[in-house]
Design a protein around this ligand. Structure first.
Ligand SMILES: O=C(O)CCC(=O)C(=O)O
Length: 244
């Protein structure tokens, strides 16, 4: 992770990582989705998707931002057609939003180190240029203190506000965001489908999802993938990357 990328995550709570997937990888995944045989979580859809558990270009970000014991908590796909709506703006530091839901949503900085609770790597399989909708957020809201004051019509995207942004994304880009950031899904306006794979990670000791991975369903896994699919724990937990 470059110094500028660290600066951006600390400043804004999200980051666009360009060109993580090659054109061939994107088209292989899109062809699979076109066939419509998607059962269960994307990480179970075969090798090209299994690689996303610990993608070598993404792993350094995960370790820097969630620590050496980072684990995959859950993964799912978002497919949207023109005119479709999904979730309003939500998230934010625990307790900071009107539903009162307490998740494991937090961001902390100390002595040059950033740490996050539940965080997301979204693999984009279709372009999402400016103005088409999809992922939207309030940059820097992972550090805001008045989240309960965000008006309902802004949360539901009925009224636009200058502080809500939809970052433009291209197929192959990965979007990182901490769930401590206030974020949601704007109605999708493009003629083509939105296709996004959300891989959500937690520090090794914590879980958002109570439904842990069953590694017997995955066929062959590397040792690293096995470590990243372990249920939460901390005592004697192996690091994702062996320091030796
Ligand atoms: O990518 C999106 O549309 C946002 C997904 C979302 O709201 C979430 O991960 O909680």
């Amino acid at each position: 992770m470059t110094g500028e990328e660290k600066f951006q995550v600390d400043l804004e709570g999200y980051l666009v990582i360009k060109n993580v997937l090659t054109d061939d990888e994107v088209s292989e995944m899109n062809t699979f989705i076109d066939k419509g045989d998607m059962e269960g979580r994307p990480s179970l859809w075969g090798e090209p998707f299994k690689r996303l558990i610990d993608h070598p270009k993404i792993l350094p970000y995960l370790i820097e931002l969630l620590g050496p014991y980072v684990r995959l908590d859950h993964d799912y796909v978002i497919i949207m057609n023109k005119g479709e709506k999904r979730g309003r703006l939500h998230g934010g530091e625990d307790g900071g939003h009107p539903s009162g839901n307490v998740g494991d949503h937090w961001y902390k900085y100390r002595d040059g180190v950033m740490r996050n609770g539940l965080s997301v790597m979204t693999y984009n399989l279709k372009d999402a240029p400016e103005g088409v909708g999809g992922f939207a957020c309030i940059p820097a809201s992972h550090k805001c203190n008045f989240a309960t004051e965000i008006p309902g019509d802004v949360r539901s995207f009925e009224r636009s506000a200058h502080y809500v942004v939809q970052p433009p994304l291209e197929a192959g880009d990965v979007l990182f965001f901490t769930e401590a950031l206030i974020h949601g899904t704007m109605p999708w306006q493009a003629d083509h489908q939105r296709r996004a794979l959300l891989f959500k990670y937690s520090p090794g000791h914590s879980a958002w999802n109570g439904n842990y991975y069953d590694i017997s369903k995955y066929g062959e896994l590397t040792d690293r993938q096995r470590r990243m699919l372990m249920p939460p724990s901390i005592g004697r937990r192996p690091r994702v990357v062996d320091p030796n």
